[in-house]
Ligand binder design. Sequence first.
Ligand SMILES: NC(=O)c1ccc[n+]([C@@H]2O[C@H](COP(=O)([O-])OP(=O)(O)OC[C@H]3O[C@@H](n4cnc5c(N)ncnc54)[C@H](OP(=O)(O)O)[C@@H]3O)[C@@H](O)[C@H]2O)c1
Length: 285
Amino acid sequence: MHIGFIGLGIMGSRMAANLLKHHVALTIFNRTPAKTAPLVEQGARPANTPADFANVDILFTMLAHPEAITAVALADDGFIHHLRPGALWVDCSTVTPSFSLSLAKTAEAHGVEFLDAPVAGSKPQAANGELTFFVGGTAENVETCRPYFNMMGNKVVHVGSSGAASALKVVINSLLGTAMASFAEALALGHSLGLPAELLLNVLVGGPVVPPFMAMKRLKIEQQQYESDFPLEWMHKDLHMAALAAYETAVPVPIIQSAKESYMQAMKDGLGALDFSAIYQLANR
Ligand SMILES: NC(=O)c1ccc[n+]([C@@H]2O[C@H](COP(=O)([O-])OP(=O)(O)OC[C@H]3O[C@@H](n4cnc5c(N)ncnc54)[C@H](OP(=O)(O)O)[C@@H]3O)[C@@H](O)[C@H]2O)c1
């Protein structure tokens, strides 16, 4: 099998590195070519353009947002026009379920198979091959891809047909984003009431009212060091994806909408490239 990988950011670079560790024949592309260099040193073949994937059997994409996928896959010289018939495109980006469904239909029109396969887990899990893949599409395609999912992750959940995995992913990230924003706000309230930061963190983190993932963000908040595992700008994007999906299905989501605007304010304050836990700085400035 010849595998392709497009999108070598925080997540994609680490996922592709794990494929190389398993001696997979890998062709890679990234909009910013410099990011391919470490993977080329590990044995990957660099593609010059997204059109240069005609020989791959499975192509993974791990891109920022729908606009990036449109640019790389669907534009005039996008890869969809060059993949061989029967090739399998696996999109791991976080997008709306309706966008995933539209990609599946476009792929089908080009004779290409498609899976939406967004992931749970962040930079450390991507590095350690510990991602969970949520997958939408046919069982046959899931099985074709399973060995490669297992090189990059340790759990595969076949959620349903095309778009179902993206649906689950926007649900999960709406919880992640709103929980982080409300935690930051609650801490600000606690500080203003005179409660020491250490006491608040000791009581809340690990306790029953705060989600377990907060333990992974505690050090960043304590040290005010927000090196990005998951960029704040993509959390804003994910809440936008959730809000779009809610609009498309006519569901009121006032809490998601409100949190989304907090992340936008944080981006305006220059926090977009930091980890999304930097929303703490917005609430506590
Ligand atoms: N980080 C996490 O913890 C995490 C966890 C689960 C899911 N995700 C999702 O995974 C995806 C990637 O996240 P990431 O953290 O790896 O982000 P990232 O480091 O910012 O990487 C984004 C990738 O998209 C490419 N890209 C952006 N805009 C583009 C455009 N207009 N045309 C072509 N390529 C473009 C970037 O290329 P350049 O290098 O040229 O900018 C880069 O390869 C997102 O959908 C995110 O929501 C992230």
